[in-house]
Design a protein around this ligand. Structure first.
Ligand SMILES: [Zn+2]
Length: 197
């Protein structure tokens, strides 16, 4: 099974220059780790593909606005309560990642700075800042799409979720619709490189 993941991840990132850097860092084992899904949770949650698809639509919104395409939604009681898409350039705000925008919107909806019993879907593995915000917000579950071998903080580069210093544990699953979630990023960066040539 591990080998299948290795092959899959390798093929997935084959075109990506990041892979070379990643392999050199010896991070591939970490990618296997973040892709191991909690079969119980994923199996019971029939909507996870629907919500990731929704997050992907929000990633397209980022792309259409010239931002790195990442989208996120927050679900509570099987209902969507907040959405966010990456928009740091537009907002002149380095913290305006999709997850942060969704967390802010969910806080307004619930009238609470904590978001217990919620699930956050995001198309890309969260960075250290977003993992920190997710923990502070007491989000129960995180499901992400594509692993991020450059800045992923759910196991790809570092595993902030597993650090002993937190008194809140988040259930994390990665690799849901990773192909589609990664594809939009690859296309975005390819087009950006092409436009600079
Ligand atoms: Zn982030």
């Amino acid at each position: 099974m591990a080998m299948c993941y290795f092959l899959f991840v390798y093929l997935f990132y084959e075109e990506d220059a990041l892979l070379e850097k990643y392999v050199k860092k010896g991070g591939m084992g970490m990618t296997q780790k973040v892709l191991v899904q909690d079969a119980d949770f994923i199996g019971k949650n029939k909507d996870h593909l629907k919500w990731m698809q929704y997050a992907l639509k929000l990633a397209e919104r980022s792309r259409d606005e010239g931002e790195v395409p990442v989208g996120a939604v927050i679900i509570k009681d099987e209902k969507l309560i907040a959405e966010g898409w990456n928009q740091p350039i537009d907002r002149n705000d380095a913290t305006a990642h999709a997850e942060i925008m969704a967390i802010r919107a969910a806080g307004e909806v619930l009238n609470n700075y904590r978001l217990p019993d919620t699930t956050l879907y995001v198309t890309l593995e969260p960075c250290t800042m977003c993992v920190g915000a997710i923990i502070h917000a007491r989000i129960a579950n995180v499901i992400f799409g594509a692993p991020d071998p450059k800045t992923g903080a759910a196991g790809s580069v570092v595993d902030v979720f597993s650090a002993d210093c937190h008194n809140h544990q988040v259930r994390v699953n990665g690799g849901v619709m990773m192909n589609d979630c990664g594809q939009i990023l690859r296309e975005f960066f390819r087009e950006r490189r092409a436009s600079k040539d």
